[in-house]
Design a protein around this ligand. Sequence first.
Ligand code: GLC
Length: 559
Amino acid sequence: MTQHLAAPTAPTSASTTGDRRTGWWRDAVIYQVYPRSFADGNGDGMGDLEGVRGRLPYLKELGVDAVWLSPFYASPQADAGYDVADYRAIDPMFGTLLDADALIRDAHELGLRIIVDLVPNHSSDQHEWFKRAIEEGPGSALRDRYHFLPGKGESGELAPNDWESIFGGPAWTRTVNPDGTPGDWYLHLFASEQPDFNWEHPAVADEFRSILRFWLDMGVDGFRVDVAHGLVKAEGLPDLGAHDQLKLLGNDVMPFFDQDGVHEIYRSWRRILDEYPGERIAVAEAWTPTVERTANYVRPDEMHQAFNFQYLGTAWDAAALRDVITTSLAAMRPVGAPATWVLSNHDVTRHTTRFANPPGLGTQLREAGDRELGLRRARAATVLMLALPGSAYVYQGEELGLPDVTDLPDEARQDPSFFRAEGQDGFRDGCRVPIPWTAEGTSYGFGAGGSWLPQPEGWGALSVETQTGDQDSTLELYRRALAVRREHPGLGAGTAVEWLRAPEGVLAFARDGFVCTVNTTRAAVTLPAPGRVLLASGEVALGEGDFELPGDTAVWWAV
Ligand code: GLC
């Protein structure tokens, strides 16, 4: 399965793409590709690196600055590639290292940067170290690189502590000794096929520094760091003692999440990134209780960006949005990092569907809701997001206004948490359905074969082909928005917005030479026109000195 390629020498120019700007990442729009579902180059029903490479011109034309690829490494796919068996090899399902090399080179030629996913909290249970740790039995030195512990109770039949897996069920699995007797337990905060590394062990830290260098030498521009908040566990792995642990997630510091010790790891990584030319970056996937704690991950000697999950979780409500925008900007200012904004990713229900439903239902929904309303709000939400200072993330297919596929049959589902939570949770497959590229045809142009998750009826009406050239389409709205953002670099720059007085339910703020107005209510409001319309998410009626802002609509003005 493993094929290693002699790494090309690191580029010697100051930048991988010829772009001379410094701090490219501060206002970059970064497009997330979920390789399984983006484009299938070889017709086996599964997206792959060749598929992505073939669509790079589409991404260039869309107007994004960088592409983040979810994992494509050798993996048994127990968690769609977030269970890595070999960090230096490509899974044959996605291609080869030569394909990765070609993809990185082509992207750079087009002026697009490439960010790869790094999964340091856990490996696959098929990783060489873990396999040997199991095979060699209790005395194996490799067990120290994971968390192996004897169980509690008379014969070790109880898990070492009360931690629960994020995917449901206990966070511990008991091993079987080579002689067939029940053995020690190992920790896995996610699926049982994803054993957590022990980051206290120097071999683990060394290995990841080497993996970073491997991919930096391949020419990547950065890393999205998976579960960045999880690497260090509280001393002694203390019981949590809480009954509903999942409710605490994201609201509290847990003994396995957001421990202060993680920051030393990122400082050592930053030193490596800084050795390379071209401003290579790291982005934290850190689910922390507050934006202030998220800011710890992007102090000047740590990572460059962190996802703003508080923003992602905010309802379509002017007051709540204003609050999260203000707090996010304020939290990032003292550490000098850009704020980031994100509405969708491969782990949550797409925002078109979240906004189609009443607020407060969480980020994994089973209800399609009012699709027209959801799309209207989603378009407005994007126009708002792209007017905020900092960097923005776009998840593949949101530029097509794709809804979540909420009615996937249970037999089609692959999300491990669906199975671990006995079908009560784990609806992440709904946002992972392959992209429709063409109006008709096999898998709507996703590939020459089928599609690993069934695409719903009518998917072709949302395809790139159908939307291209239709000025009312969501795709053309994204293209225009990104073009305007490029022409007016001021849109993503800076660290603050100036809030303007606005009626309840309406947001209005000024930036250098711009005003953005957003109506989060369903009723139209009439407001004084602040300038010339640059972009609108829906129809806007201009009057004599004023304008009517329809419900769930956002507008950019040049002033
Ligand atoms: C992150 C990924 C998610 C994955 C989990 C375990 O949250 O985004 O998809 O299941 O980590 O690696």
